[in-house]
Design a protein around this ligand. Structure first.
Ligand SMILES: *Cc1c(COP(=O)(O)O)cnc(C)c1O
Length: 491
C-alpha cells in the first residue's frame, strides 16, 4: 500500500493544521443554539497539512473508474463521453445561481432554454410535447404511467388496470407499473429475442391499460413488427409506452412517435451525454402525443404567442405533480448544450455510429464468446459467456463475473453482466459512438486475451482483478453490511 492510500485519519498528527480562518464574529453566540442541539465535545477531525489533504483526495479520485478514465461499455447505460463544454455552460452563474422561486420575469433566458429543449426533444422523437420535470428514467416511467392511467380514467374506462411488459424488459418497467398501482402482465420473447406477437395478442383485452416497450430492446434488437404491435394494442383500446433508454441507437434516424407510441421517456444522462451514476444526477423527460398533452404534469413553461415572453403555469388537468419545481435544470442545460453542439447534421450520425461500433465488436469476438442471437444488432448486444469456459470442471470453470473482473486489470470498465435475465451468463456490451476505432480494437484485444487465459490460466480470471485498489469484494456483504464509519469500535 502506498503511503497516501492511507485513510485521512491515519495521516492525522495532533496539532497539525492546514488552514486558517478569519476571526469568527459569532464565536460567542453559540449559546443561542438550544442546548440539546449543541455538541458537548468538539468533533474528532483529522489534523493534516494542506499537501496531505490535496494528495489524499487526488489519490482517492484516481482510485475510481469513470468515462474520463477509460472505455466504459456498460450495456443499457449508454456511457458516452460527457463533453466538457456542456459542463461549462451549465455552470454559467446566470443558470447556476438562480432560485426556483424567482419571478418568471427575471429568468426569461432559463425558461426559454427549458421551452426550446422540450421542443427539440419533441422533434427528435415525433412527440407533441415534453415535460422535463422527472428526475430519472424510472421517474419518467412512473410519470408516463400516471398519464396512461389518467387518460383511461378521464374516459370513464375504469377496468383498465393491467400493463403488459415483455420478459426482456428492464426491471424498472414492472417496478414503475407496480408503484403506479397497475398490475403487470408479462409477454414472452421469441427465440429471435423479439416480442412474441401471438402471446401478446392473447393477452390484449379491455382490462389492458397499455404496454411498455423498449425498442431496440434490451438485447439490442429492433422490434421489426412494431407497427403491427402498435395497431393491435390501439385496437384493444390500450396505449403504448416507449422506454427511451435505448434511444441512442435511433437518434436522428427513427422516431418513436412515427412507430405509433403514445408516451415515452428519454434518459438525458444516456442518450444526451449528461453524466450519470457516480458522475451526477439524471433527468427523464416525458413526451406525449397531441391527445395526451393536457395530462402532462405541472408545472410547465408556456410561451405567450403575443409577447413571446415565458411563464410558469400549472395545468388544471395534469395527471399529477412529480417534482417540486422544474426538474434537474443543470442536467437539462447540459443536454441543451449537447444538442446545440452537434447540430441538425451531426445528431443524425449518433445512432448509426453507435450501431456500427456495437456490430464491429460483436463480429470481432463471436468466435470466442457465445452469441445466442446472431442477427444484426443495434447499439448493444449480449454474449452468453465464453465458448470455452471449462464448464463442468469446478476448479477451472470461468464465469461471466470472472471475465468482467479480469477486464478491470486491462484498464476497461466491465460491461453489464447477468442482465438481461434471458441467459445465464449475459455479458451486455454497449460501446457508444464516442469511442475511436483504436479504443474498440484495444478492448477487442483484451477480450480475446481473456478468452485465451480462460483456457490456459483460468486462475488468473478467477482471482481477478489483481491491480485495482480494491480486489474482489464480497458484493452482497458490501451492500447488506457496509462499513460506513472509520472506527468500528466506537458506538
Ligand atoms: C437505464 C434504464 C432504465 C432506467 O433509467 P434510470 O434513469 O436509471 O432510472 C429503464 N430502462 C432501460 C432499458 C434502461 O437501460
Amino acid at each position: 500500500m502506498k503511503y497516501y492510500d492511507k485513510l485521512i485519519f491515519e495521516l492525522s498528527e495532533e496539532g497539525r493544521i492546514g488552514f486558517s480562518l478569519p476571526d469568527n464574529p459569532w464565536a460567542d453566540s453559540s449559546d443561542r443554539i438550544p442546548a440539546g442541539l449543541r455538541r458537548s465535545v468538539p468533533p474528532e477531525l483529522p489534523q493534516v497539512s494542506e499537501p496531505d489533504v490535496v494528495r489524499h483526495y487526488v489519490n482517492l479520485s484516481a482510485m475510481n473508474f469513470g468515462v474520463d478514465t477509460g472505455f466504459y461499455p456498460l450495456g443499457s447505460c449508454t456511457m458516452k463521453y460527457n463533453p466538457k463544454i456542456d459542463e461549462e455552460m451549465s455552470e454559467y452563474p446566470g443558470f447556476s445561481g438562480i432560485h426556483p422561486l424567482q419571478p418568471a420575469e427575471t429568468v426569461q433566458g432559463t425558461l426559454r432554454i427549458y421551452h426550446e429543449l422540450a421542443g427539440w426533444l419533441s422533434s427528435l422523437t415525433g412527440m407533441s410535447a415534453f415535460t422535463l420535470n422527472p428526475f430519472a428514467g424510472a421517474h419518467g416511467e412512473l410519470t408516463g404511467l400516471m398519464i396512461m392511467r389518467a387518460f383511461h380514467i378521464s374516459r370513464g374506462d375504469l377496468k383498465r388496470t393491467k400493463v403488459i411488459v415483455p420478459d426482456s424488459a428492464h426491471g424498472t418497467n414492472p417496478a414503475s407499473a407496480a408503484v403506479c398501482g397497475l398490475e403487470v402482465v408479462q409477454v414472452r420473447s421469441t427465440a429471435e429475442g423479439l416480442v412474441d406477437t401471438d402471446d401478446l395478442k392473447s393477452k390484449l383485452d379491455d382490462t389492458v391499460a397499455g404496454i411498455m416497450m423498449t425498442n431496440p430492446n434490451t438485447l439490442g434488437l429492433f422490434e421489426k413488427e412494431i407497427r403491427q404491435i402498435c395497431d393491435a394494442v390501439h385496437e384493444a383500446g390500450g396505449l403504448l409506452y416507449y422506454d427511451g433508454a435505448n434511444m441512442n441507437a435511433l437518434l436522428g434516424k427513427v422516431r418513436p412517435g412515427d412507430m405509433g407510441f403514445d408516451i415515452m421517456h428519454l434518459n438525458l444522462h444516456k442518450t444526451f451525454s449528461t453524466p450519470h451514476g457516480g458522475g451526477g444526477p439524471g433527468s427523464g423527460p416525458v413526451g406525449v402525443t397531441q391527445r395526451l398533452k393536457h395530462l402532462l404534469p405541472s408545472p410547465s413553461v408556456v410561451k405567450s404567442p403575443e409577447t413571446g415572453r415565458f411563464a410558469i403555469a400549472d395545468n388544471p388537468e395534469a395527471a399529477g405533480r412529480i417534482s417540486g419545481f422544474m426538474g434537474n435544470f443543470g442536467v437539462l442545460m447540459k443536454a441543451y448544450a449537447y444538442i446545440l453542439m452537434l447540430g441538425k447534421q451531426n445528431v443524425r450520425k449518433v445512432g448509426p455510429y453507435s450501431v456500427l461500433a456495437a456490430n464491429y465488436i460483436k463480429e470481432s469476438l463471436k468466435d470466442k464468446y457465445r452469441l445466442p442471437i446472431p442477427s444484426l444488432c443495434k447499439h448493444e448486444f449480449v454474449f452468453d459467456g465464453l465458448i470455452e469456459a471449462n464448464a463442468g470442471d469446478p476448479a477451472r470453470e470461468v464465469t461471466t463475473l470472472d471475465v468482467a473482473k479480469r477486464l478491470l486489470d486491462y484498464g476497461f470498465h466491465a460491461p453489464t453482466i447477468y442482465f438481461p435475465l434471458l441467459f445465464h451468463q449475459s455479458i451486455m456490451i454497449e460501446p457508444t459512438e464516442t469511442e475511436s476505432k483504436e479504443t474498440l480494437d484495444a478492448f477487442i484485444q483484451a477480450m480475446r486475451t481473456i478468452a485465451s487465459e480462460a483456457v490456459t490460466e483460468p486462475d488468473l480470471l478467477k482471482n481477478a482483478p489483481r491491480n485495482t485498489p480494491v480486489r474482489r469484494p464480497d458484493e452482497t456483504g458490501a451492500a447488506t453490511r457496509p462499513k460506513l464509519v472509520y472506527r468500528q469500535d466506537k458506538p
